[in-house]
Every structure is written in structure tokens, then in C-alpha cells.
Design a protein around this ligand. Structure first.
Ligand SMILES: NC(=O)c1ccc[n+]([C@@H]2O[C@H](COP(=O)([O-])OP(=O)(O)OC[C@H]3O[C@@H](n4cnc5c(N)ncnc54)[C@H](OP(=O)(O)O)[C@@H]3O)[C@@H](O)[C@H]2O)c1
Length: 255
């Protein structure tokens, strides 16, 4: 198991509390888990792939794993209750897990179950996990809810209508939660990812950012107390949306 060199030294990350990372078994979430644990931050890693979870736990004593299917929405409050009981020190939730299917609505392979599954994992699960953990987070001096979104939450990709809609939904949910938490000590953060080299993007796109660098920039943004973290080329999105929305739409439609 390898990760690129990172400057997440223990001293710099001392301000970050025990952190839940969903989608910790692959791609960006795996890198986040390794870098945070490498910097001395206890991580609670969630995913379905038990071999990958075992490998993460073997890599660092600071990683505790919970196997869970985030599409099983009704089980999520109990999962959070168990985590809080086992780790009362938990103070940060990174909603990173996600799936992207190539789903044309007029395709024979598209049905209600596939649509529902993608919406559940990408949008409903982060909302339910947030809701379940919020009372615990609000009782802390400082805490974080961090939602990982995408450029496709700004404008859609032709072949990923459902995914794009879930990421736009997660963007707005993040903004709404931020307004609700105005008077609270919970920091609500959106992390917009560009195209990152992970299993999700295997075989498509070029000029991808490495997952290690994406995770590093996310952690740097948290340490700098930024509430909008736009990783890599995602930093251009607000400018493009304002000044060249047609260009942005054309770029993202191709995906
Ligand atoms: N890669 C990109 O270019 C890119 C761009 C913009 C945004 N993002 C966002 O970044 C996040 C991470 O993506 P990635 O590229 O690192 O993807 P990835 O390598 O495909 O990893 C996805 C993770 O989500 C977990 N997951 C999927 N379905 C799950 C379920 N039902 N229950 C529990 N966990 C589930 C997987 O774990 P298990 O298989 O173990 O369940 C895996 O750890 C996603 O939210 C994605 O939308 C990625």
C-alpha cells in the first residue's frame, strides 16, 4: 500500500479531531485515511470492501474500521450511535463515499432501482449520517462536517444525469446546513474535486490529479479553516460559472 509523500506532519494536523471518512477503501478516501493517520489523527474508516478495510487497519493503529453499506439508509443512525459510543472523541465527518454510473435515462438498463441506489449513496446517506452525528458534534467546542462534491454539481455531464444531480444536491445541502449551523460551533465545509485519478475515473479523461494530491489539498484546506475548498482545477469553477457559463457547460458535458 503506497501513498505519495505528503507534508501532513503530526504537528500541523494536531488541530484535527478523530475523523470519520466514508469511502475509505479506495481512491481519495483511502488517501485521506492514510495521510490523516500518518499525521497522527485517529480515523474511523467506513466502506464495504472488508479486505481493503483490513489492509487500512493493518497500516496504522490509528485506523479503526466499520464495514457498512451506505445504501442501507435505515441502518445508518445505528452505525453512528455505535461509532459515537466506541469513539466519543469523534469530531469530524468527511462524507466522501460516492458512485458514478453512466446512466442515460432513455437507456433500457436504467431503472428506478439504479436511480434510487445512486441517490441514496451520494445524497441521502450524507444527509442521514450528518443528522445522526449532529447532536454529538454540537456538544463539542469545534467540529466539522465535510462534504465532497464535484464540478458536475455546477453543470452536468451528459452521461451522468443522476450523479450530477446528486452532487448539485449535496452542494445545496452543504450551503443550507451552513446557514442552520451559523450560531453553532460546527464548521460546514464543501470540497469540490476536479478530475482525480481513482477507480471511479479509470479509463477516462486526461490530466487527472493524483488521489494523494487531492487528499493533501483537502487536508490543507481544513487546516487553513477554509469552508469552500476547491481542489486543483476546481478553483476555476466559480469564475467560469460567472463569466463563461456556456464554456463551462460544454467542458463538463463531455465529462
Ligand atoms: N475521482 C474523481 O474524478 C472525482 C471528481 C469529483 C468528485 N469525486 C468524488 O470524490 C469522492 C471519492 O471518489 P473516488 O474517485 O475516490 O471514488 P472511488 O475510488 O470509486 O471510491 C469510492 C468509495 O466509495 C465507497 N462506496 C461506494 N458505494 C458505497 C456503499 N454503497 N456503501 C459504502 N461505501 C460505498 C467505496 O467503498 P466500498 O467499495 O468499499 O464500499 C469507495 O471507498 C466521491 O464522492 C466522488 O463523487 C471524485
Amino acid at each position: 500500500m503506497s501513498t505519495q509523500a505528503s507534508d501532513q506532519t503530526p504537528g500541523r494536523c494536531a488541530r484535527l479531531p478523530c475523523t470519520i471518512v466514508t469511502g475509505a477503501t479506495s481512491g481519495i478516501g483511502r488517501e485521506l485515511t492514510l495521510q490523516l493517520a500518518g499525521a497522527g489523527v485517529p480515523v474511523i474508516a467506513i466502506g464495504r470492501n472488508r479486505d481493503a478495510l483490513r489492509a487500512l487497519a493493518a497500516h496504522s493503529a490509528l485506523v479503526t474500521t466499520y464495514a457498512a453499506d451506505l445504501a442501507e439508509i435505515d441502518t445508518l443512525p445505528a452505525l453512528i450511535a455505535r461509532i459515537v459510543s466506541d469513539h466519543p472523541e469523534v469530531g469530524c465527518l468527511i462524507n466522501n463515499a460516492g458512485i458514478q454510473s453512466d446512466l442515460r435515462l432513455d437507456d433500457a438498463s436504467c431503472d428506478a432501482a439504479r436511480i434510487r441506489h445512486e441517490v441514496d449513496v451520494n445524497l441521502v446517506a450524507p444527509m442521514v449520517l450528518t443528522h445522526a452525528l449532529l447532536p454529538h458534534l454540537q456538544a463539542r467546542r469545534t467540529s466539522w462536517i465535510v462534504n465532497v462534491t464535484s464540478g458536475l454539481g455546477y453543470a452536468p455531464k451528459r452521461t451522468a444525469a443522476v450523479y450530477s444531480a446528486t452532487k448539485a444536491g449535496l452542494r445545496l445541502f452543504t450551503q443550507a446546513l451552513r446557514v442552520q449551523m451559523e450560531a453553532a460551533t460546527v464548521r460546514v465545509v464543501e470540497v469540490v474535486m476536479p478530475l482525480v485519478d481513482t477507480p471511479m475515473t479509470a479509463g477516462r479523461g486526461s490530466g487527472k490529479l493524483s488521489a494523494a494530491r487531492a487528499a493533501e489539498q483537502l487536508i490543507e484546506g481544513l487546516l487553513a479553516a477554509r469552508r469552500d475548498i476547491r481542489v486543483g482545477k476546481a478553483r476555476w469553477l466559480p469564475w467560469l460559472q460567472r463569466w463563461a457559463p456556456g464554456v463551462l457547460a460544454r467542458i463538463l458535458q463531455r465529462g
